[in-house]
Design a protein around this ligand. Structure first.
Ligand SMILES: [Zn+2]
Ligand SMILES: [Zn+2]
Length: 641
């Protein structure tokens, strides 16, 4: 007998050689039907593989990331089987699972191939899936593996086998298709109910441009047709909300090759939106005792030698700017913290002065490879809503809790009601990656964990995800489409105060080191605006809208009334514009809808004589006519909520 430990800690006895599928069956038939694979002592195995010794076993289903990955990788084998059936002589490279779905790199020889062939292949995949063929694992010797693929004439598989040690090679067969693979796979093809081939691209064999370019076919499969439909709908919706597309349509930001890749240009409307965000945060920060500072965009090399950034990142940063005369070296600032440490040092600090909270909307520059750049989410220059809190060790936890409050206040005000937090700790097995003493790390890590617990945050703990100078708490929000984005971050740092020799005088009249907390609720304004655009599909909350209203005069005759109305609203800090174009009112309304302007105010004869406005709300429609006073009241109420 062997002992099997399940994730809930329970231990069950089974005969040696039991499989995970049999374990699942001994628990419930319903569970067994859903089992895709199993994690045995931390390694993902086929559910049909025998377990020979005492083990811990976690059964994997569609709800586990590793279960999904196994399912999608198995689907790649099925795609290969379909391709081989439809295009005999096709050679196969690799077919891994990816974040959503899978791909297979194949060589069709000189046969043409395009996405027009997708339907035919999808039908074949479903036909083969219905056969419920098992994925059968078979260890083979290196000689036999070479013999098999030599006869088949697949040089790619032979190239892969070349690097594998004898005794480690396995084949998997389902139906008429045999592949070289270490596995694992799902029990049989029957679980694959819906398939969609997404795209086709070129991919060099082993990523080497000097080698043959293969055809990469991307696909996705689901255990239910309705799940595939939902997924395809999500993709469509995501395309419509793409911040790069909406950013252009709403005239928020732009990029120019002349200015440089990854360097966003904020257009007037985008700037208005961004300023409202910064004003909002600044106001909340002033209430929480922050002081605003401004520092330059560059810093002397010595600053970063002191901070440790030079040693750690110098080679991968924008290279230094040199002065013509003295030959001094300056770096574009990659972060604001070293500058803020120098501000802290401008005067002696006493324990009574702490915490010192220095905030700056500081623009920083980080080198990213051009292929990595993406809209506003991956850029080379961006503005952090940064602040550094210098406090006494006994204040760390309290300060940390206050920052959590601020982050949650920001999320609530912007309609992100679903979020999780990740506690990122040091990799205990690779301590050389980090600077600072073990004792300080232990202190910082427990402060974060305790503060998060006292604020009732739902957290996951990840080892090895900490910054090199300290552990951190990262916030992930879920947007309206259920996608996760990393936004705000709070980091404890015991290291920079040490490197900059920061001090305060304690109650004991001795010198002590303050502790530093870095925090940025938005992360960066660029990334935050990108996420916000996609979250609300460009329909910003009224208080953030760059244009809150547009006045649409029915004809030239009512322009004076429109101007008077506009001035009156602007006096109450409600901003917008007038559509003076000589267009039909229907056209003016349609154009305002496209621009997603929240309020459309239509003015004609009746409105002008009676001092009224005829109000339309974007996405809602006609709200009827009301007095200017009532409209102002309504809009002010909405903004303050
Ligand atoms: Zn495989
Ligand atoms: Zn910092």
């Amino acid at each position: 007998m062997i002992s099997i430990t399940l994730p809930d800690g329970s231990v069950r006895e089974y005969d040696k050689g039991i499989t995970s599928m049999q374990i699942a069956l001994s628990i419930s038939e319903g569970l067994a039907r859903n089992v895709l694979a199993a994690e045995v002592n931390g390694e993902v195995w086929d559910a049909s593989r025998s377990i020979e010794e005492d083990s811990s076993v976690k059964l994997l289903t569609w709800n586990d990331a590793k279960g999904k990955a196994t399912y999608w990788h198995s689907s790649a084998h099925l795609l290969a089987e379909a391709l081989e059936a439809l295009y005999p002589g096709t050679k196969f490279g690799i077919g891994p699972a990816i974040e959503t779905g899978f791909y297979y790199d194949v060589d069709f020889g000189d046969k043409p191939f395009s996405s027009d062939d997708f339907k035919k292949i999808e039908d074949k995949v479903i036909e083969l899936a219905k056969a419920k063929n098992e994925y059968i694992r078979k260890p083979v010797s290196k000689a036999d593996a070479i013999a098999y693929f030599t006869e088949k004439g697949d040089e790619y598989k032979l190239d892969l086998i070349k690097d594998l040690p004898d005794g480690s090679i396995t084949f998997y067969t389902q139906g008429n298709f045999t592949d070289l693979c270490r596995g694992p796979h799902i029990p049989n093809t029957g679980a694959i109910k819906a398939v969609k081939l997404m795209s086709v691209a070129g991919a060099y064999w082993r990523g080497d441009e000097s080698r043959k370019q293969l055809t990469r076919i991307y696909g996705v499969t689901y255990p239910k047709a309705s799940e595939l439909t939902d997924y395809l709908h999500l993709i469509e919706e995501a395309k419509k909300r793409d911040h790069r597309k909406l950013g252009k349509e709403l005239e928020l930001f732009a990029f120019s090759e002349k200015v440089g890749m990854g360097l966003p240009l904020w257009l007037p409307k985008g700037t208005a939106l961004r300023e409202r965000l910064t004003n909002f945060l600044q106001k909340a920060q002033v209430k929480s005792g922050y002081e605003q500072v401004i520092t330059p965009h560059i810093g002397h090399k010595n600053l970063y030698v002191t901070s440790g950034h030079y040693e750690k990142y110098g080679a991968d940063a924008f290279q230094p700017i040199k002065t013509p005369q003295e030959g001094e070296e300056f770096f574009l600032k990659p972060m604001n913290c070293p500058h803020h440490c120098e501000i802290y040092k401008t005067k002696p600090r006493s324990y009574k002065d702490l915490p010192v909270r220095l905030a700056e909307f500081g623009t920083v520059y980080r080198y990213e490879q051009s292929g990595e750049l993406h809209g506003l989410t991956r850029v080379r220059g961006f503005t952090q809503d940064d602040a550094h809190l210098f406090c006494r060790p006994d204040q760390v936890k309290e300060e940390f809790k206050k920052v959590i409050d601020l982050v949650l206040y920001v999320f609530a005000a912007l309609g992100f009601d679903s979020y999780t937090a990740q506690v990122s700790l040091r990799d205990p097995n690779n301590k050389t990656k980090y600077i600072g003493t073990d004792e300080n790390w232990a202190l910082a890590e427990s402060a974060i964990i305790e503060a998060a617990a006292e604020k009732n945050l739902t957290t996951v703990v990840e080892y090895g995800e900490a910054a090199f100078y300290g552990p951190k708490l990262d916030f992930m929000v879920k947007d309206a489409l259920g996608r996760k984005w990393q936004l705000g971050t709070i980091q404890v740092d015991y290291n920079l105060p040490e490197r900059f020799e920061l001090e305060y005088t304690g109650a004991d009249n001795q010198k002590h080191r303050p502790v530093m907390i870095h925090r940025a609720p938005f992360g960066s304004l660029e990334r935050f605006v990108a996420v916000l655009i996609e979250h609300c599909a460009g329909n910003f909350p009224l208080w953030l809208s760059p244009e809150q209203f547009i006045i649409l005069p029915i004809s030239e005759k009512y322009e004076d009334y429109a101007k008077k109305l506009s001035d009156e609203l602007k006096d109450s800090d409600i901003c917008g514009l007038i559509d003076f174009r000589d267009e039909k009112i229907g056209r003016k309304i349609r154009d305002a809808e496209v621009k997603k302007i929240p309020y459309m105010l239509i003015v004609g004869e009746k409105e002008a004589t009676e001092g009224l406005v005829s109000v339309r709300r974007h996405g809602t429609g006609d709200l009827g006519s009301m007095s200017i006073e009532d409209f102002k009241k309504q809009i002010i109420k909405e903004i303050t909520v």
